[in-house]
Structure formats: C-alpha cells, structure tokens
Design a protein around this ligand. Structure first.
Ligand SMILES: CC(C)(COP(=O)(O)OP(=O)(O)OC[C@H]1O[C@@H](n2cnc3c(N)ncnc32)[C@H](O)[C@@H]1OP(=O)(O)O)[C@@H](O)C(=O)NCCC(=O)NCCS
Length: 161
C-alpha cells in the first residue's frame, strides 16, 4: 500500500463522493471547494493512493482553556467506499498526526467518532490513539444527536512511538 497526503486544489475532491456513509452525512457543505489549508487554521488534505484522491483527512481546532497552549487539533477522515478496509484509514491518520505534531506546538491531537463506528475506533487505535471516554449527544448528524468516543494522542506518545 502506497499512501500519502497532499493539498487539494480548488474543485478537486475524492471520486466518487465520500458522503455515502452514515458516519459522514452532515448535509450539504457550504463550500464545495476546499479552502487553502493553513496548519494553524481548520483545514484538510487529500489522501492519495496510486495517484488517485481516495479521501480526505482534516482537522479543526478546539480549545480547552483560554491560553494558546490549551488549543489542539481534532481530526476527521473520510474515504471513498472502494478504499475502505485496506489499512488506508489507519495510515492516513498516522500521517496527519505526524504532520500536526511536526508543524505545530500542540501537545495533543484529538479525534471523535460515533460509538457504533467500530472501523474508525480500530483505525484510530492502530494509529496510536487512546480512547478517553464517552461524549454524550455531541454530534448532530442524520437529523439526530449522537454519542461518540473521544480519542487523543499526546506529543510524548507520538515521540516514543
Ligand atoms: C472509518 C474509516 C476512515 C476507516 O478506514 P479504513 O481504511 O476503512 O480502516 P482500516 O482498513 O485502516 O481498518 C482499521 C481496522 O478496523 C477494522 N474494520 C474495518 N471495517 C470494519 C467494520 N466495518 N467493522 C469492524 N471492524 C472494521 C479493520 O479490520 C482494521 O482492524 P484490524 O487491522 O485489526 O483488522 C473508513 O472506513 C471510512 O472512511 N468510513 C466511512 C466514513 C467514516 O466513518 N469516517 C470516520 C468518521 S469519524
């Protein structure tokens, strides 16, 4: 498997669309074109396998306190159906963790996934994340609130891996 991450250019997106999963149905996106990604702002990059864009992995910044040191990125991923179940999700999340720890001073990278999304829970654990606990009613998706699990990997864990 040869997988790498790269910025998407305007208009470029995974083909076919990735929003066919119950875990990725957030309704219409306001901006169909991905904005240019700056690491210290919310952003996303394409996941490329053998030259084809097979998904995206992105991050948005969350704040656990008023200081800059209390800020950390939370990642989210989506693969086209044909690319799932072959290890790409685990590898792409490992690579985006590398990117975020190398390019920012953040002490922590987070992820959150539905309590029923076993594939993503497993992929996160394979990418080095630890499950921290249940987050109740946090995500509005498919017309309802859903419970999820919060995951994280800390800088010292990434350095030691
Ligand atoms: C979730 C997702 C990113 C995982 O990526 P992936 O490439 O399919 O997962 P991997 O191939 O790396 O597999 C990770 C592990 O999950 C397991 N797994 C995969 N699909 C599974 C399923 N449906 N049920 C149980 N386990 C599953 C794999 O067996 C593997 O574990 P193993 O190596 O111990 O066998 C991908 O499936 C996807 O994009 N799904 C739709 C959108 C989505 O759910 N996004 C995440 C929202 S938080």
């Amino acid at each position: 498997m040869s997988v790498h991450l790269r910025p998407l250019v305007a208009g470029e997106q995974p083909h076919p669309a990735t929003a066919d999963s119950e875990f990725d149905d957030f309704g219409p996106r306001v901006h169909p074109d991905p904005p240019p990604s700056r690491i210290d702002e919310d952003g996303s990059v394409g996941i490329v396998e053998n030259g084809a864009v097979v998904g995206t992995v992105g991050w948005h910044w969350v704040q656990w306190g008023p200081s800059a040191g209390s800020r950390c990125p939370m990642i989210g991923i989506s693969l086209v159906a044909a690319a799932r179940g072959r290890g790409i999700g685990s590898e792409a999340q490992r690579q985006v963790v590398d990117l975020l720890f190398r390019a920012t001073a953040s002490n922590r990278v987070e992820a959150h996934t539905d309590v029923t999304n076993i594939a993503e829970q497993r992929a996160l654990e394979k990418a080095g994340f630890t499950r921290e606990g249940l987050v109740r009613g946090a995500q509005w998706r498919n017309g309802a609130y859903h419970d999820g699990y919060l995951y994280s990997i800390l800088r010292n864990e990434w350095e030691q891996a």
